[in-house]
Design a protein around this ligand. Structure first.
Ligand code: DGY
Length: 322
């Protein structure tokens, strides 16, 4: 039983692999697609960390794999239908990162509402001046309406925090209603249009797919409140960056907090980074010791199960077992 790992992961996962008798190698540099395909030929499992594009051609070239285990909850970089056709089980790490990813959304919401990153830079630039009653004012969140696009595990955690901290009311738009959130958080299902129109804070927690690609564009921003804060901790591809920048510049919306961009990494010269009402983080949603350990364990368990021919504990394409 052997596995190839595309990047170093926390020891907790490696330990589990060792205990299960899995021999593994970890890439010591970023490999091109061709190099990775060549490497993987002598392994039964691939533990994919970071952005590895597993499209139909890649999967076909690696069709011998007994498991493709992702070190992420998101699986938009994998052509799942192709993996399913080739009977390659794809595993991911849902659940364990919901709380901390929601923490990141909450952090960005609050930081944006008070122009925190911009004000911090003012200090670094020697521009901290005397008290000024009208300079760089933020907006308050208490009692405001939180709109969640994609109310799954992470969206639920974000809604819970916002209710507890700021008594915010919650509206959401999803593929299907979420009765638990409606009962426990008094969340109200609304149309996509209503979500845009009514939200004071609009936080994205949906998967990236052809249907959601650039859904938050000029048209969508144009329907939002002028004092709205847009938060994206899901995938950068969900928003159209040029349209977002234009909406912020012209005051169509008030601010934006982003943990994800497209492309990543963001160009350090990107004008969004200099805007007072914008806070950007470098995709750190799940970046805590506890969560990364838990993700490593989960990804390792998926590898071990796949190598043993067992059902993966966290499977994306469960239909392969039917
Ligand atoms: C995830 O788990 O999907 C995070 O965004 C890291 O890619």
């Amino acid at each position: 039983m052997n596995a190839f790992i595309t990047k170093q992961i926390p020891e907790a996962g490696l330990q589990l692999l060792k205990e299960a008798g899995v021999n593994f190698a970890i890439a010591d540099k970023k490999l091109s697609q061709e190099e990775l395909i060549a490497q993987v030929q002598s392994y039964d499992a691939l533990l994919s960390v970071g952005f590895v594009r597993a499209d139909a051609a890649f999967l076909k070239a690696c069709s011998h794999l007994k498991v493709l285990s992702l070190f992420s909850v998101g699986y938009d970089n994998v052509e799942i239908a192709a993996a399913t056709r080739l009977k390659i089980p794809v595993g991911n790490t849902p659940g364990v990162l919901s709380g901390v990813t929601a923490d990141t959304a909450f952090l960005l919401m609050l930081a944006t509402s008070r122009k925190a990153f911009y004000n911090y830079h003012k200090i670094l630039d020697g521009k901290w001046q005397e008290f000024d009653p009208v300079a760089d004012l933020g907006i308050e969140l208490n009692g405001k309406t939180l709109g969640i696009f994609g109310l799954g595990n992470i969206g639920y955690e974000m809604a819970k925090k916002c209710r507890a901290a700021f008594d915010m009311s919650v509206i959401y738009h999803n593929r299907k209603p979420n009765p638990a959130a409606e009962k426990e958080l008094e969340a109200r299902y609304v149309s996509f249009e209503e979500l845009l129109v009514q939200s004071d804070v609009l936080s994205l927690h949906a998967n990236f797919s052809p249907e959601t690609k650039a859904l938050f564009n000029k048209d969508a921003f144009g329907k939002m409140k002028r004092n709205a804060i847009f938060v994206n901790t899901a995938r950068g591809g969900l928003h159209h960056e040029g349209d977002l920048k234009a909406a912020l510049e012209s005051g169509i919306i008030w601010g934006a907090g982003l943990d994800v961009t497209s492309p990543e990494p963001m160009d350090p010269a990107n004008p969004l980074l200099k805007m007072p009402n914008v806070c950007v983080l470098p995709h750190i949603g799940s970046a805590t010791v506890e969560t990364r350990n838990a993700m490593a364990v989960m990804a390792a368990r998926n590898v071990i199960a796949g190598l043993r021919g067992e059902r993966l504990p966290a499977i994306v394409n469960a239909e392969i077992y039917q």
